[in-house]
Design a protein around this ligand. Sequence first.
Ligand code: SF4
Ligand code: SF4
Length: 107
Amino acid sequence: MPKHKSKNKPIADPANHSDNYWEIKESLEKEGKRLFVQKIFADWCKSCGICVEFCPAGVFEKSKNSIPVIHNPDACTGCRFCEFHCPDFAISIQERYPDRRKKKNGA
Ligand code: SF4
Ligand code: SF4
């Protein structure tokens, strides 16, 4: 079974180029799955927990100081519920286009 079938673990970290990110990404593309980047602006977050509790994909987890951390980025479906419901506009969701970066950087 391919790695990305797991819903509870991050399947790849785009910031960590030592893993098999490109391989996984190509495999996901074949299945028609889109990938998204979640950004949390911690300075604006008031730790209400809405994003952690209501994300349907379980992308976030609460940290010790109650600010959400991104636990499972590849499970994100891009529904943008968190972005629309964050009372402090502290979340941004964007589609991830690693191919574009790959071409530009020649990586
Ligand atoms: S919904 Fe917004 S303010 Fe509330 S915990 Fe999440 S990021 Fe922080
Ligand atoms: S866009 Fe939807 S699936 Fe992605 S982190 Fe936000 S609530 Fe979760």
